[in-house]
Design a binder for this molecule. Structure first.
Ligand code: RP5
Length: 334
């Protein structure tokens, strides 16, 4: 379901609609403001989302639609901040910085398309056919880029343009030497050891929800080949990733570029109050979303993972509801 804070947000929602039409995914679209029509919003979430797997919320300004929606349901909620004022930074921060217990996976500003791609990745966790279609789309992108390069060069038509010769360098066989436990569902990757407290909270919360996870520490800048070969090796064996990163979050960028599974990112505060990691994690180009959580919000990342599993797994859903109850939240358990 796509929820808009106002009909004026449709220009951003249109991008999500286009992806769902391309992917042949059914969707509903509603307009309900968290502030101006709060009762209508509650009514929709409580009584009109049966069978809905993922909710995409699209809102600008003080965007409370995603957070309020997440507080009314246990379904995964994705937010798309809209550029109405301040370039959309107001809406981006009010979507990401959610309190413990109500995770919202936020996309880049105006990135309705990536919200739909992430929704497809989430639905694909339980749909083999969609999983294959997503992989095909990823390969098709290579051909698209190559074609656009050819067209560009034709357009430039510069007399000094020279194509560099292709030299074949023997690819060095990189063995990541990292192995996964066979029953791991969620792989947590941290770029360094300074964010281990966040990793610990993710593991602890996933344990509470009875979701099997394990973690690895691999730097995307210091051991890029190891990271790449590891993801290629194990991608078929995990359901999704949680990536923890600070400074320039190259880690999440590398992971999403090598998988079509959901990647949940936790930006961490090291410098600049974490603004560097938050923005470099969230502002992804179309087709490669990172489901970005608030700064250092390890528990919320685990709870978002729980919401994805809970779509199809009754036991995990019960654990999630139990956890939410311990937080004394006033949630409508649909
Ligand atoms: C938000 O305020 C809406 O999501 C929209 O982005 C913005 C402006 O709304 P309108 O005044 O155009 O209805 O709540």
């Amino acid at each position: 379901m796509i929820l808009l804070g106002s009909a004026s947000d449709y220009k951003v929602a249109q991008k999500a609609v286009n992806v769902f039409e391309e992917m042949n995914i059914n969707y509903d679209l509603r307009v309900a403001s968290a502030h101006r029509t709060s009762e209508r919003l509650k009514e929709i979430i409580k009584n009109e989302t049966e069978g809905v797997e993922v909710i995409i919320t699209i809102a600008g300004l003080a965007a409370h639609l995603p957070g309020v929606t997440a507080s009314l349901t246990t379904k995964p909620v994705i937010a798309v901040p809209v550029d109405v004022k301040l370039g959309g930074i107001d809406s981006l921060l009010s979507s990401t910085e959610m309190q413990l217990g109500t995770p919202v996976a936020t996309m880049g500003i105006d990135r309705g398309d990536n919200a739909a791609w992430l929704a497809c990745q989430i639905i694909a966790c339980n749909d083999e056919n969609l999983k294959n279609v997503l992989k095909e789309k990823r390969f098709a992108y290579n051909a698209k880029i190559q074609k656009s390069e050819e067209e560009l060069i034709e357009k430039i038509a510069g007399k000094n343009y020279r194509r560099t010769e292709r030299s074949v360098v023997e690819a060095e066989e990189v063995n990541s030497s990292l192995k996964l436990n066979p029953d791991t569902n969620v792989l947590i990757i941290s770029g360094n050891y300074s964010n281990m407290e966040v990793v610990r909270r993710i593991i602890q919360t996933l344990d509470t929800l009875k979701i099997k996870s394990e973690y690895k520490v691999i730097s995307a800048t210091r051991s890029p080949e190891k990271l790449e070969s590891f993801i290629k090796d194990i991608d078929d064996d995990v359901d999704m990733y949680v990536a923890v990163s600070s400074l320039s979050t190259i880690l999440t960028g590398v992971i999403v570029s090598h998988t079509t599974k959901p990647v949940i990112g936790v930006p961490c505060t090291t410098r600049l109050f974490g603004i560097d990691s938050l923005l470099s994690m969230i502002e992804m180009p179309p087709g490669v979303p990172t489901a970005t959580m608030g700064l250092d919000a390890g528990e919320n990342a685990a709870l978002f993972v729980g919401r994805i599993f809970a779509i199809y797994d009754e036991n995990i859903r019960n654990e999630l509801v139990k956890f939410m109850k311990t937080l004394h939240r006033n949630v409508y358990y649909d």
